[in-house]
Design a protein around this ligand. Sequence first.
Ligand code: BES
Ligand code: ZN
Length: 634
Amino acid sequence: MVQKTVSLLFIAFLLSCNNNDSQEDSQSSTNEKTNDKEAVEVDNHSYSNIEEVQTEHLHLNLNINFEEKIISGVARHEMKNNGAERAIFDVQELKIDSITTGGKNNEKIAEYSIGESDELLGAPLTVEITPSTEQVNIYYQTKPEAQALDWLDPSLTGSGKHPFLYTQGQAILTRSWVPVQDTPGNRFTYTADLQVPSELLALMSASNPTSKNDSGSYSYEMSQPIPSYLLALAVGELEYAQLGEQSGVYAEPHMIDAVASEFRDIPKMMDAAQDLYGAYLWETYDVIVLPHSFPFGGMENPRLTFATPTLIAGDRSLVSVIAHELAHSWSGNLVTNASWNDFWLNEGFTVYFENRIMEKIYGKEVADMLALIEYQELEESVDQMIANGNAKDTHLKLHLDHRNPDEGMTDIAYVKGAFFLKTLEKAVGRDKFDQFLRAYFEKHKFETLTTEDFIKYLKVNLLEKENIDFNVDEWIYEDGIPDNVVTIDSDRFEKAQQLAQQLKESGTFPKELDREDKTTQEWLAFIRAFKGELALSKMKQVDEQLNFRDSGNAEIMSEWFILGIKNDYQALRPDIKAFLKKVGRRKFLRPIYQTLADGSEEDIAFALSVYEEARPNYHSVSYNTIDEILAEHQ
Ligand code: BES
Ligand code: ZN
């Protein structure tokens, strides 16, 4: 693979002349913007030295080997070098074969060392370079246990015939499948050449094929600069269905029609999003529905949102997750948090934006119910964090140093963040706020921002300009939810809660309880209104009349299962077991396993026995979390 000819040594100095000029031009504006920053925030979750030398373009040439569960090949980094003598990359359990510097036909072997490996961060890979080095090529292989990678046996796919592979990079897992400077503080464009088994289709967070070819080799290009956590790959038996001019869906053949139907509003969502905050700058927008092990509801990989099949409820009731991932095309992918402590800049803005898209398409009543359910969850999370002595975790600006950035994935970044923006919106009026957000995305597109950068921008461009007094610091640096938070009312929501109360108190089953006419949020409000307590006879009544367990709606099912566990309603056990064995989405797994772990001896035994069978079906993101929940019982 690596050509070690001696002649290369002599012509190595030619490298600096060997640049792709247009690439340089398109990159320089981005970097100037980044260098404008007053203070460079240090990302404590990366070993990389991006202030000295940073990847501007990455080319991947990789072979995907399903038999051995290994990705192997080369990562070619074209770097902007400010005179550095070493380039530091992040690696997590990668096998490095060799490293060279220089362009393709001019490669020269480079010295490198791998530092001590930290369980969370992996290890620094330090490559000796010279101040004029502009390309570093890392020949490497992944290990079968790579944390980002989920290699699925055929039995875990729809057809049962072909294996499947997908990656999950956010927050710091990309380093387990590509050696990169794995910090959101840097952005680069990328291209890739992949070789996969010819019966499979491979897709990336880039320009994508819509059908298979006979050779199994594919090329990709992402011409907008992205942070490393958005590098993504999915390989499987996949089909494409077009939805609009710029958008479509990918899924395994058995569900492609259902997926296309469930997500048929995507073109409308794109129109709504662009009306709100400006042009979509990523060319195409597709969604791929992955097998059930995918640990999240959705992941905003650019041009290709990754989604869980639990969204396919049959009635479009869970499409707000797609609105969310689409919204990340602005908040997160265009304007990116500089470190994981600034995670709310990604997620808070996105939840706010998601709600605006939902309101535009499905109306205010629906959007308000979505926000209200989230607000309830936020209040609960805040109370819990404060009760557990973790009040600092309720600050929008997080303190995640030496912790897994995953711990920042709470209602604080998402919902407190969104309610901060909703409260600001109310203070200045919607028109002004929308203008402000449009200008914010335009001004900071393809940049990374710290919370402090945002505060400064907010003060200058909105609060001082409009002469508005607002408790920004309280929202961002203090405990809990400030008193000026906007409140949301929903009659339908209250009605659902009243029906629960009625059922709990009276001997009869309220007539208005009919599954047809209620949204997911109303049912969640209904189930939660029991506050974990419902007599067995009534559990049974609800089960028989409303049949939540067969609703096909994972949000409702998981909420109902939790109530069932708390009230020892044994009839649900087979369904809970089937659900836990099938679904790998952590949002559902965590509270179910947690409720079992907090329960009786019998609950714990049930959890352990189900988990033993189910764990191999989960992605590392999910099984690491569940391992912790069950650790003390094993
Ligand atoms: N970017 C997140 C997923 C994520 C966050 C992965 C942090 C790894 C680390 C994604 O956009 C997301 O927020 N997904 C949510 C859905 C949403 C509607 C709240 C999910 O998966 O539940
Ligand atoms: Zn998100």
